[in-house]
Design a protein around this ligand. Sequence first.
Ligand code: AMP
Ligand code: MG
Length: 419
Amino acid sequence: MTAFTDIDSCATAESPAVLRVEEARTAILQHIETVSGWHKLALRDALNRVLFTEVIAPHNVPAHNNSAMDGYAVRSEDFVAERTVLQQVGSAFAGTPFIGDVSAGQCVRIMTGAVLPAGCDSVIMQEQTETDNDQIICHGEIKAGQNIRLIGEDLRAGDTVLSAGKRLTPADLGLLASIGQAEVTVYRQPRVAFFSTGDELRSLGEPLTPGDVYDSNRYTLFAMLNRLGVDIIDMGVITDSPEALRHALLQASNDADVVITSGGVSVGEADYIKQLLAELGEVHFWKIAMKPGRPLAYGKIADAHFFGLPGNPVSVMVTFYQFVQPALHKLAGTAVQEPLQLQVVAAETIRKRPGRFEFQRGLLRHNAANQLEVTISSEQGSGILHSMSHANCFILLDEECDGVAAGDLVTVQPFAGLI
Ligand code: AMP
Ligand code: MG
């Protein structure tokens, strides 16, 4: 745990170090190792799973030169004039090739996907021809190779089709099918246990008494985890009692690779959880120079990684995307990818004080000049969850930024590339 020692060296119990977002993310990622288990899955079950081994093409795709059009397979050398008359000697269908050689002055009726007959080098589109019994009158020129899909033009035998660590998309499933692969070897999914903490939290279906709130983090966390394709252990709400928390943390760290909690890491509550976590493992409480989401706990309880996220609903989502999601990607075996960022015009003034990195919630859209511009999605408080729901991007404002004037460029992170 060397990174912890480095980072904490300037911290005291009263004033923990303030970390920049990037420093905290790097420190966390240093401690994450990809899960070691793997298994084989049928192709259909492998969507969104992470490839354990690279896949090599066992043969060429396509396996033969074939027609890209419905028309006639021809020899381009026969085309010397504007009008060429050929004799049709047979037909080639997808799945039923023409057997035999095609000589000078001859052609073969051919359908899209049919193997190119021996002797032919091109296909003339049906639209450029007329028929007169078995005579085919062709109009226009043709170049050698025209309307042909070449052997191996998609994949060559021996090519790497997909690399280990690739999260499988619909296109990948199709690509694997195209080389005849019915099963794939994928990493086992990381197991993630999570629970919400707070005496004021009520589960859905329970009545609210004054001061209570419904446990919304349970649903945002569940949904974010679900999209990442991890095995989820949803432990519901745990009250702010040391005994209940101890029991839940022990059980979660025993059952899962990652334990995520929300709530209970802010200054008022941290001391009491700190004591408990110090007893159970090595967990560090960080102040991160970010808004929302300043407090964050990260460490290990036995072999499980522990993330103590703040309780405020927007802070939970922001800290999840910035710290937990990259860690889960690495654990799952995928390369950690920087989410897409765009420079766009701020359509209005954005208020900000220097000091912390802010993840404001924004609405990205096209203006009348068809340029991308962004506005703030709504009120920006860390408890205002509808600001996330109405938004389609984060507006990233770095520590030093002291506000943005309308018309200035700002960096945004579209949600579509993030989740
Ligand atoms: P905490 O970090 O525990 O001090 O909580 C900060 C704020 O977030 C408080 O207003 C909590 O009521 C609220 N909060 C904590 N956990 C949840 C949750 N699971 N769902 C909704 N609000 C929560
Ligand atoms: Mg609390």
